[in-house]
Every structure is written in C-alpha cells, then in structure tokens.
Write a protein that binds this ligand. Structure first.
Ligand code: BMA
Length: 340
C-alpha cells in the first residue's frame, strides 16, 4: 500500500516488473523492451511516441505510425496485456462534427485521455504548420475531430484527465515552425473544448542541469495524486551530434496546475539502451502515456525510443514522488510573468 495516494481506479492487470538493476534513478525499464519493434504492421516501418489506455478488461492504443514511405499518421491497436499489441491495418479515419471526412495531412505524438467517459486524442497536426489536433471517441469506431484549439505553431498538447474548477485543462508547447530550439510548457483552459483561454506559463526549460536546457514538452496525461499532479515530460539538450531527449518529472498544484510545486533537477530516464540510442533519430526517450494502479501505486510509462520503438518503464508513486521532492530545484522562470 502506497503512502502517496493515486486518485483513480485500480488496474490489477497493469504490466509490471520489480526493479532488477540497481540505479540511483526512480524509474526502471521493462526487461523485454522494446515492446513494439520495427515493421510492426503491414505498410508500417516504425511505431513510437504512442498512447495507451485501459478499455474494459483490455487495453487500447493510439499509435504514431510511420508508413514505409515515411508518413506519420495515427493507427489504433488492441492488447490483452498492454505488452503485445495487434495493430490495425489502416489509419484512423476521422470525421468532423458534421460527419464529413476530416483527415489530417500528417499526425504524430498522440496522447489518449479519458475525461468524463469520453476518450480524447490530442496530437500534432498540420494546421498551416505544426499545431495541435483534437478528436474524441467513445467506442474507438467513430472518431470526431473537434475545433483546432490553438493557433500554429504548437505541439505536445496534453489534456488533464478531469476538469479543474469546471474547465478542461490542456498543456501545450508553443514554438516556431520547425524542430524548435526553444520551448516551455504552458497551460490553457476551456469550458467547452472550443474556446480556450486563461493561458498560463507552467514550467521553463533550464535549471541548473543541462539535460533540459533547450526545450521541454508535456508527456503523458498528468496523474492525480494526494501530493498534486504528477507530470512526466521530456527535456531536450543540444549536442554537437543533435538533440538528446530525456524524461523528467514534476508535481503541479492540484487546484492551479500552472504552479510547479516540485520539479526534479535530474532526468528520471535518459537514453542508455541500444533501442534508445540507435534508430531513426538516435538518443530519444519520448513519454506519451502511463497506466497506473491506484491500489498498489504502480505506474507503467510508455515511451517512444529513438523515433523507432516503443518501450515501457516502471516506477511507484511513492518512489517517484519522494525522488521529485528530494531532488527539487527552484527555477526562477517558473513564476508567472504574463498574467495581469
Ligand atoms: C520532436 C517530435 C517528436 C520526436 C522528436 C525527436 O520534435 O517530432 O515526434 O520524437 O522530435 O525526433
């Protein structure tokens, strides 16, 4: 039984392995990574940066798949154990709210979040440049695209799993048009999923360590806990050989998640294994989803590895929360400076 409480459901069939390898970090890898290898479905060269959720007594996934001609799109899959996945033969087919076909030119880095009985998919779409696309489904058969929430350019849209003070809340990372060499995490609210406002700065890149000194971006939907919202995210540093993406963790205030309560000054997972260091884009760990069991405090984190594979890592709510608190670093820019 955990000391810190996860607010949410029990998930007795969560994938799980105890820690096997000594490490000073609070997150450890699944021993059979990667759980999704190259060429995982017909016409698909790679699946990575993908999202999963419990669905009945099974699991559903929305995957970032790249075709054998290199086009990123979203594809669904199902699994009995959240480890072995059956990936659908075709991309997700979206319609708009009038029932007309409304498919994105490209789509990548999906998050999948259930709020009040409906599943929202949030991804990076083409809206005169990279921006945030949103859709919802209840049955994973019909996918209805909703209004574009934000202006371009923006990526890493991450929805909170419940309304806060009556509003939907979404993290995002405004940017320029390319593989932006800057970026902080912001937050916006909406009463209806159409009108977004009350924009707030949440968290800055930087801090004393260099692993997140170029840009940061939200990861899985934050996990509600008795200590605040547990947020895993990615932090990027630049090297003479390109960017390196690691995973970080922070805790946000429950009622006002634009306030950072604690953020760990160290990464909690960084590329070390062959499937993280070697691939289409080397040295990338990009978390997009978690599964968690409120009864045991176990957390399974799904991450894209080297823009080529899907990996899983584990932690417990007690271990990660104490690590973040004990290794907290105050970053001056995390304060509000744009709010009247
Ligand atoms: C980002 C996104 C991610 C990708 C990462 C590393 O800009 O495109 O999908 O994993 O770069 O290539």
């Amino acid at each position: 039984m955990a000391n810190v409480k996860i607010v949410g459901n029990a998930l007795p069939n969560i994938p799980w392995q105890d820690r096997r390898v000594e490490s000073e970090l609070p997150v450890w890898r699944h021993s059979e990574n990667p759980v999704i290898d190259r060429n995982p479905a017909k016409g698909v060269a790679r699946i990575f940066n993908s999202a999963v959720a419990p669905y009945g007594d099974k699991f559903v996934g929305v995957f970032r798949a790249e075709t054998i001609n290199g086009r990123p799109h979203l594809r669904m899959g199902w699994s009995e154990d959240a480890l072995n996945w059956d990936i659908n033969d075709n991309p997700i087919d979206f319609i708009d709210e009038d029932g007309k076909e409304y498919n994105p030119l490209y789509a990548y880095d999906p998050r999948l979040v259930k709020v009040e009985g409906e599943y929202y998919i949030i991804w990076c779409t083409d809206f005169y440049g990279a921006s945030i696309g949103v859709a919802k489904t209840v049955d994973f058969k019909t996918f209805v695209r909703l209004e574009n929430p934000f202006l371009p350019f923006n990526r890493n849209g991450v929805l909170f799993p419940r309304k806060i003070n009556g509003n939907f809340v979404m993290l995002s990372r405004p940017s320029d048009s390319g593989h932006t060499p800057f970026g902080d995490i912001f937050l916006s609210e909406s009463p209806d999923f159409v009108h977004w406002g009350k924009h707030r700065h949440v968290m800055s890149k930087g801090g004393d360590g260099w692993w997140q000194n170029v840009k940061i971006g939200g990861g899985p939907a934050p996990i509600e806990t008795s200590e605040g919202w547990l947020m895993f995210y990615h932090g990027v540093t630049g090297t003479c050989n390109g960017f390196v993406y690691s995973m970080g963790a922070a805790i946000l205030d429950l009622d006002d998640p634009s306030k950072v309560k604690y953020r760990a000054k160290n990464f909690v997972l960084t590329p070390e294994k062959w499937y993280e260091e070697r691939g289409f884009v080397p040295n990338v760990i990009f978390p997009c989803a978690t599964l968690q069991d409120a009864d045991t405090g176990r957390i399974a984190i799904y991450y894209g590895a080297a823009d080529t594979y899907v990996g899983i890592a584990y932690t417990t709510i007690d271990e990660i929360v104490s690590y973040v608190k004990e290794n907290h670093e105050d970053v001056a820019d995390d304060k509000e400076n744009g709010k009247l």
